[in-house]
Design a protein around this ligand. Structure first.
Ligand SMILES: Nc1nc2c(c(=O)[nH]1)N[C@@H](CN(C=O)c1ccc(C(=O)N[C@@H](CCC(=O)O)C(=O)O)cc1)CN2
Length: 285
C-alpha cells in the first residue's frame, strides 16, 4: 500500500492565507508586523532562503528589512547591527541567517538578540521556556513538524514518537514539543545501538540526522507517520531527505517528501512568530 503524502507547500499556503485577515485587521489598528533578516556573506542557499523570507513578508503585508553584509563583516559590527535592531520600534522580529562565516561566533550573535524579538526561537531564554513549558517563541522548523503531524489528524497523545537526531535546532526541540502533545518520546542519534528495533516501535518517526536516505523501510512500523527534516544536497545537485522516500512510502502512513514537506513550513512558522511578537509588543497577545 502506498502512503499518503503530506504536502508542506499546501499546508503552508493554508496557514498563510489564514493569517492574512488578522494582519489586515492589525494594520488597520496601526500595527504592522516588522521582520529584519540579516545575511552575512554570499552562501547561495542562504540567499534563496532570505529572498523567500522577504517575499513572504511582502505577500503578508509585513514591514521587512534585509541587511546584506559582506562576508568579512566583523563580529563587533554584526553585534552593533543586532543592538540597533533590538531598539528599533518598527522591528518585531530579528533573524540572523545561519550558517555564519567561521570567524563569527554563532552563540554570541544569538544571545545578543532581544528575547522578545527572537523569532527563530534560538535564544537560551526561549529554549529554557520551551523546556519548562512556559510561553516562548518556538523554533520554526520544529513548530512546522508538529503542525504537519496535527494536519494528518493523528492524535499524538499516548503515541510513541521516535526522533532520530539530537541537534539543538531540530532534534531536541521537536522531542520537547512532542512531549507537550503528550506523546511518549524516545530520542535516537548516531551512537544509538540497535536503532531499527527502536524506530520500528514508533507511531510517529521524525528524522533529522543529516544523512541522505538514512532511514529505509526496515526502520518503519507499518502505518507510522514519517516526518523527514533532512535536506542533503547530493553530488548531482538534487536535494535528498534523510528518509529513503520511495521505499518507506510503501510501508508508512502519511509521509513528508523532500522537497515540499517540512522545508516550506519553516518560513511560514517564522511569519507566525513575527505576528505573535508584534501582537505581544502592542499588548495584544
Ligand atoms: N536563522 C536561521 N537560519 C537557518 C534556518 C532557520 O530556521 N533559521 N533554517 C535553514 C534554512 N531555511 C531557513 O532559513 C530554510 C531551508 C529550507 C527551506 C525550504 O523551503 N526548502 C525547500 C527546498 C528548497 C531547495 O530546493 O533548496 C523544501 O524543503 O521544500 C526553507 C527555509 C538553515 N538556516
Amino acid at each position: 500500500m502506498t502512503a499518503s503524502i503530506i504536502n508542506g507547500k499546501e499546508v503552508s499556503q493554508e496557514i498563510r492565507a489564514s493569517m492574512t485577515a488578522e494582519v489586515k485587521q492589525l494594520s488597520e489598528q496601526g500595527v504592522v508586523p516588522g521582520l529584519a533578516v540579516v545575511l552575512v556573506g554570499e552562501d547561495p542557499a542562504s540567499q534563496v532562503y532570505v529572498r523567500n523570507k522577504e517575499k513572504a513578508c511582502h505577500d503578508l503585508g509585513f514591514y521587512s528589512e534585509v541587511h546584506r553584509l559582506d562576508a568579512s563583516t566583523s563580529q563587533a559590527d554584526l553585534l552593533a547591527l543586532v543592538d540597533k535592531l533590538n531598539n528599533q520600534k518598527s522591528i518585531n522580529g530579528i533573524l540572523v541567517q545561519l550558517p555564519l562565516p567561521s570567524h563569527i561566533e554563532e552563540k554570541a550573535v544569538i544571545d545578543a538578540i532581544a528575547v522578545e524579538k527572537d523569532v527563530d526561537g534560538f535564544h537560551p531564554v526561549n529554549v529554557g521556556n520551551l523546556v519548562i513549558g512556559d510561553d516562548s517563541l518556538l523554533p520554526c522548523t520544529p513548530a512546522g513538524v508538529i503542525e504537519l503531524i496535527k494536519r494528518t489528524g493523528l492524535e499524538m497523545s499516548g503515541k510513541h514518537a521516535v526522533v532520530i537526531g539530537r541537534s539543538n535546532i531540530v532534534g531536541k526541540p521537536v522531542s520537547l514539543l512532542l512531549q507537550r502533545e503528550n506523546a511518549t518520546v524516545t530520542m535516537c542519534h548516531s551512537r544509538t545501538a540497535n536503532m531499527k528495533e527502536i524506530t520500528r516501535q514508533a507511531d510517529i518517526l521524525v528524522v533529522a540526522i543529516g544523512r541522505a536516505n538514512f532511514v529505509d523501510a526496515d526502520y518503519v512500523k507499518p502505518g507510522a507517520v514519517v516526518i523527514d527534516v533532512g535536506m542533503n544536497r547530493l553530488d548531482n545537485g538534487k536535494l535528498a531527505g534523510d528518509v529513503d522516500f520511495e521505499s518507506v512510502k510503501e510501508v508508512s502512513g502519511p509521509i513528508t517528501p523532500v522537497p515540499g514537506g517540512v522545508g516550506p513550513m519553516t518560513i511560514t512558522m517564522l511569519m507566525q512568530n513575527t505576528l505573535i511578537a508584534a501582537k505581544r509588543a502592542h499588548g495584544l497577545a
